[in-house]
Write a protein that binds this ligand. Structure first.
Ligand code: SF4
Ligand code: FES
Length: 254
């Protein structure tokens, strides 16, 4: 049944990367528990705009949990308290009347704050670009069925391909490591025959680019897996490490 709740919002406000930033406290009343978290922010922004104040800047696009654009740290957890849920799919019924909700941007050396809750996650795009295209001619959709792939392997590749590139794994990691993201991207191609010809070059380039851009290393803390809204498994990090070692040993640079 629909109900309303009253909340205290502590939201991070920051003009840009050079600004120090601070928490601003807002009192909210009569927030419908049917709203999504982003709809709640929309309501707050309408009120701020009516009051002649700057609305809170936050990223979003699909609002269906598929594009990876949304994301903020809510009460210390990237994408908030619901496991396997993006911020846009989080609903206000998760909270109780009287709660205080602290909202901060994803924090990592490789993610500079653009404004308020918006961070520049283009470093993840640069890692993808470093991975490059696959050169194999895969043909049209019907041709895919002519390449026999074991169902279990296809499932593992599909699970890895579910990564939406949101960066929550980086924000969750004390090392600001992007290993879960890179592991997912390396795995979904390395598992399939179409991805094998460039697999060695791809994993070396993606891991080295992630290092160069300031992402940290993995020390098996596993917070990334806990906070990933697509529940990407850390098994993908182990697979990426195997792929990397094999490629590095065979590389003429070694
Ligand atoms: S691995 Fe998960 S948390 Fe990391 S970018 Fe992909 S979907 Fe987001
Ligand atoms: S807005 Fe697209 S995943 Fe949240």
């Amino acid at each position: 049944m629909s109900r309303t709740i009253d909340l205290t919002l502590k939201v991070w406000r920051q003009g840009g990367a050079g600004d120090r930033g601070r928490f601003e406290t807002l009192a909210l009343s009569a927030i419908s528990t049917d709203m999504s978290f982003l709809e709640m922010l929309d309501v707050v922004n309408e009120q701020l705009t009516r009051d002649g104040q700057e609305p809170i800047a936050f990223d979003h696009d699909c609002r269906e949990g598929i594009c990876g654009m949304c994301g903020a740290v809510v009460n210390g957890r990237p994408h908030g308290p619901e496991r396997g849920t993006t911020l846009c799919q989080l609903h206000m019924r998760t909270f109780a009347s009287g709660d205080t909700i602290a909202i901060e941007p994803f924090r990592a050396r490789a993610f500079k704050v653009v404004k308020d809750l918006v961070v520049d996650r283009s470093a993840l795009d640069q890692v993808i670009v470093a991975g490059g295209y696959i050169a194999v001619n895969t043909g049209g959709a019907p041709d895919a069925n002519t390449t026999p792939i074991a169902a279990a392997t296809a499932e593992r590749a599909m699970d890895a391909a579910a990564c939406i590139g949101c960066g929550a794994c980086v924000a969750a990691c004390p090392n600001a490591s992007a290993m879960l993201f890179v592991g997912a991207k390396v795995s979904h191609l390395a598992l399939l025959p179409q991805g094998r010809p460039e697999a060695a070059r791809r994993v070396l380039a993606m891991v080295r680019t992630a290092d160069r851009l300031g992402f940290g290393n993995c020390t098996n803390i596993t917070e990334c897996e806990v906070e990933c809204p697509k529940e990407i498994s850390i098994v993908n990090i182990a697979r990426m490490n195997r792929e990397f070692l094999r490629a590095a040993v065979a590389s003429p640079e070694m």
